[in-house]
Design a binder for this molecule. Structure first.
Ligand SMILES: [Zn+2]
Length: 715
């Protein structure tokens, strides 16, 4: 469970391109540049430093593919296999599931090595309805090289796990073992993953047991889902605290979706009581005093039903979630004694009556959200890690979102168990990390308070609506892989925002994480507009503006620097625009700083037509016609240059096709200025043969131009 957070240590550069490459893995730089040449410059990457594979690429859109979501995902990974360090056949990736939320398909693959599954190694590809990929992420291990024969048998591994549980436990079902490969730091171990379910006392464990030495490498509680449908017919009445006992008064409320069998059994939940008989009413009137054992049962039904019906259903537009679960208001369950719990096996909620947890709306909402998250992404587990903090913080966030209240556990529980998203114990990431690294790991709940406080900041930001924020958190769950850390979740939310809201909020989200110390702040994205050619001795104006998605705070300061190559360089202005009379070719930079000290640089280069008078400036001679020249060298291996000329500004594309007409690369797809241009075709990953480059241009005058050349690759 090695986390990748420590990657983010370099200071963020001011220019646009360095922002996208937090700690670029150098060996991969070429592949990454090629990827962007083909799929566009908007793409951002974050690398896994141990595997050298992208942890996530996002923020862009690939060309459209056709086929099933799984086949599109395979085409995309295959085409860019050099970037992902994957094999050409992808035969070590097995499809595990595809989920669809709001039109985006989320395809998940598990990695296998010589037929043995690699634990925690899954890769996801996210595909829009039109077949364009907008994100890929996860863990892939290209460098596994270990023998896969084990001295220990699976049966022995089960015995080791049971011995660890103790001699007296009663096994419920047959325990199972699966041979797996476990990444540990930068090595790999052959191991058995053993599942043990016992009845008394209640245990549901996964063990990872070293297949060579028989030692226990890891153990954790296992989770598993299950669905159930109920017939539904009637509405009843129950007496409840609408919020919780300390800030609401007892009220008779409607109980919706009851099945009509005289019990608290309905559309979304069946309420049970392990310490006595369950409430029953032939008129579906469940009015009890707070001292009745049935009072908590009614409260539990009301809170689960209203949370699912009024809040969760609004997020789950595509009906992805489980239909129904069981919830126990008074639990005799040993494992959950004195607490409130979600147990994935069975897929159920349990509430101890020690602190009356079933009476507090937000405690019920929190536990129910665990079931929701499990059903979307069963890999997120409650370890004392960032993954665990996400697993506990997201339920706190949704419980807060449904109620508008930042605190949870404020009812009858111990004061030191209250969690407050608006004033978390850890106010920043370094404090959380410091505690987590000092040998006493921060509990997932305390880490969750910190994590949810970031989500809460996002929700309360003035540039986003509550509903938008809630949807992005929900949708991010479909995008993260099984062992997410905070940066993974941030990037998943940004990708969800790019898909749903054109990325309007993505740098706000990025900065809300950075404000709490998770990752670094985004830069200002500065554009400069104004002429790029002008006559000597005349005056022109250049104006800076921020790209629409930039997240920043007014007021701004500006510093314009003019550089005349070979002559002079200096600050020439401090306004949002710069005007000046020019005599020589020059470049202009504007450094913009916002109220919080965040900076960005915009650049423009200008050719000054000197009429032959100046020493240093260039003669501006534009081509007179569209031209595509033969590539050089030809034949080539592995790269070649293609020259082309544009007499006017034009929309230009250069695509490369193989001899049977399949497109293999996009070299240019952009608006370009008049002038002499050069494109590079890199063919490291292509087979020898003849390739055709086709240039298509539409000039600003409306003139159209199409031309092809043949190129021969000999390897
Ligand atoms: Zn929890």
């Amino acid at each position: 469970m090695k986390k990748s957070l420590l990657l983010i240590t370099i200071a963020l550069g001011m220019a646009y391109h360095s922002f996208a490459q937090e700690q670029l893995v150098n060996a991969k730089k070429v592949q990454w540049e090629q990827f962007k040449e083909q799929e566009g410059n908007n793409w951002e990457v974050r690398w896994n430093q141990e595997t050298g594979v992208p942890n996530v690429i996002s923020n862009g859109l690939s060309k459209p593919y056709s086929g099933t979501p799984e086949s599109i995902a395979r085409q995309f990974l295959t085409e860019h296999r050099a970037l992902f360090s994957m094999k050409s056949t992808l035969n070590d990736l097995r499809h595990s599931e595809t989920q669809t939320n709001r039109g985006v398909h989320h395809v998940t693959f598990d990695q296998y090595y010589k037929g043995v599954r690699v634990e925690d190694a899954e890769y996801l590809v996210h595909i829009r309805e039109n077949g364009q990929v907008d994100m890929a992420n996860g863990n892939y291990h290209p460098n596994i090289n270990i023998p896969i024969t084990a001295p220990t048998t699976g049966n022995n591994a089960v015995l080791y796990a049971k011995a660890n549980l103790g001699a007296t436990v009663a096994e419920k079902d047959n325990s199972t073992s699966e041979l797996v490969i476990v990444p540990i730091d930068d090595t790999y171990k052959l191991a058995y993953k053993v599942h043990v379910l016992t009845e008394n006392p209640y245990y549901d464990w996964d063990y990872i047991i070293d297949a060579n030495e028989g030692s226990i490498l890891k153990k954790y509680n296992r989770v598993k889902g299950f669905h159930n449908d109920e017939a539904l017919i009637t509405t009843g009445t129950g007496k409840v605290y609408p919020k919780h006992p300390l800030n609401s008064t007892l009220t008779n409320k409607s109980l919706f979706g009851l099945a009509g069998n005289n019990k608290l059994d309905g559309t979304y939940v069946t309420v049970l009581n392990e310490t006595g008989p369950e409430a029953s009413s032939s008129t579906h009137s469940f009015i009890y005093s707070t001292s009745s054992t049935h009072f908590d049962e009614v409260s539990l039904y009301f809170h689960v039903d209203s949370y699912r019906r009024n809040f969760i259903e609004s997020l789950d537009a595509d009906d992805n979630l489980f239909d129904h679960l069981e919830a126990t208001a008074h639990t005799g369950n040993t494992w959950c004694s004195g607490n409130a719990c979600f147990q994935p096996t069975p897929f159920a909620l349990f509430f101890s009556d020690t602190y009356g947890y079933a009476r507090e709306d937000k405690v019920v909402y929190h536990e129910y959200t665990h079931a929701v998250i499990y059903d979307i992404e069963d890999g997120i587990a409650s370890f004392a890690t960032e993954e665990g903090a996400i697993s506990e913080g997201t339920p706190d966030y949704f419980a807060g979102a449904a109620t508008g209240r930042a605190k949870i556990g404020e009812s009858l529980g111990p004061v030191n168990k209250i969690r407050d998203m608006s004033s978390p114990f850890y106010s920043n990431y370094s404090a959380y990390q410091l505690d987590n690294n000092d040998g006493t790991p921060v509990s997932p709940q305390a880490g969750g308070e910190f994590f949810s406080s970031i989500l809460w900041d996002i929700r309360n930001n003035s540039t986003i609506t509550d509903g938008e924020a809630d949807f992005l958190v929900f949708d991010a769950l479909f995008r993260v892989s099984g062992t997410p850390d905070f940066l993974d979740f941030r990037d998943a939310m940004k990708a969800a925002d790019v898909a749903a809201y054109s990325g309007t909020h993505r740098y706000m989200i990025h900065d809300m994480f950075a404000d709490k110390g998770v990752g670094v702040h985004s830069p200002l994205f500065v554009n400069v507009s104004g002429p790029i050619t002008m006559d000597e001795g005349t005056s022109e104006t250049w104006t800076s503006s921020l790209a629409s998605h930039t997240y920043s705070t007014a007021p701004y300061t500006y510093e314009w620097t003019r550089d005349i190559p070979g002559q002079s360089s200096g600050v020439v202005g401090t306004g949002s625009s710069y005007s000046g009379t020019q005599y020589d070719d020059f470049s202009l930079d504007v450094l913009v700083t916002d109220a919080n000290g965040k900076t960005g640089i915009g650049e423009i280069s200008v050719l000054v037509d000197d009429g032959g008078g100046c020493i240093f400036c260039k003669q501006v001679v534009l081509p007179t016609a569209f031209t595509l020249s033969n590539n050089y060298p030809n034949p080539f291996n592995p790269s070649t240059q293609i020259k082309f000329e544009l007499p006017e500004t034009a929309e230009v594309s250069i695509k490369v096709y193989n001899i049977v007409g399949q497109q293999v690369a996009t070299l240019v797809n952009d608006q370009m200025q008049a002038g002499f241009h050069n494109a590079t075709f890199e063919a490291d990953n292509l087979a020898s043969g003849v390739y055709i480059a086709r240039l298509t241009a539409t000039g600003s005058s409306g003139e159209q131009f199409v031309s092809e050349i043949k190129m021969q690759l000999i390897k």
